[in-house]
Design a protein around this ligand. Sequence first.
Ligand code: FES
Length: 322
Amino acid sequence: MSVRRLAAAEVQPESFTFSKESEKKIAFWMNKYPEDRKASAVIPLLWLAQKQEGWVSEPALREIAARCEMPYIRVYEVATFYTMFNLEPVGQHLIQVCGTTPCWLRGADDLKAVCEKRIGKKGRGSVSADGKFSWEEVECLGACSNAPMVQIANKDGDFYYEDLTAEALERILDDLAAGKPVEMGPVTGRKCSEPTEADVAVLAAAELYDGSRARPLPYLPNTPEAKAAEQSEDPAPVKKGRPARKAADADEAGGAVKSAPRKAAKAADAAKIGTSGPKKVTAKAVEKKTGAKKAPAAKTAAKKPVAKKPAAKKPAPKKDAE
Ligand code: FES
């Protein structure tokens, strides 16, 4: 981003005054903050100045600094930091063409060509001969599903025009130039970002949301039934499901390394779902499965290192009683 500076001195007005309409809004914003925190209203006031004049001039910054009881340089810093503030005069309608990938893929270049042809060079400071328009390219405006789109900012607000084509944008500019009202939103008659293809079925299968695909639970957790099942010798039968877990249990019992907490958690889990825990695999079963005889425990078991006992302290020699 390039350095943002205020407009040249010859462009700056002599003075700035908030309109009556703006004053009402200023009162609203000032009332939102404590008496000694007026600086909190700096952004809303800058925005009001911009909506009133189309841009923020140096006298406007000074007026806002006085209202917010803050140094002028602080207001200057805010205004030059946020790109939403126009630091130079712009056309009555500022066209912001989104040029980010989704809009670009869907024809943003055609929209830029229209703006260039009708308004002139890209940039806020480049105003059309009739003073009605200026345009710039911006990054994603969050309406990608309605790409390509533009935002048009004027005194009435900021409006999105979506699903555009070059011809549609030409029509919008014609209407705005003629002072006609233009309906915002998709120009195709589409509602918001609803599917554009008539035959696209979205969530058409009722089973996707009616709950019929959900696995029935034998009981809810933390209920008396759940507690009874936990304590029961003959727990509730497992309903369908969890085959993967069963296989994992068998594998682990067949020899994988197990940690005590994990075993305990698994046993608790098994009790909750109504199984009696992993099957105990006998040496015979392992032998049958692998064909290898289990070595006697005494031979395979690693010898545990014997901890050395600390040497017993020699009793101190008794002193003969004098
Ligand atoms: S890419 Fe244009 S609105 Fe997101």
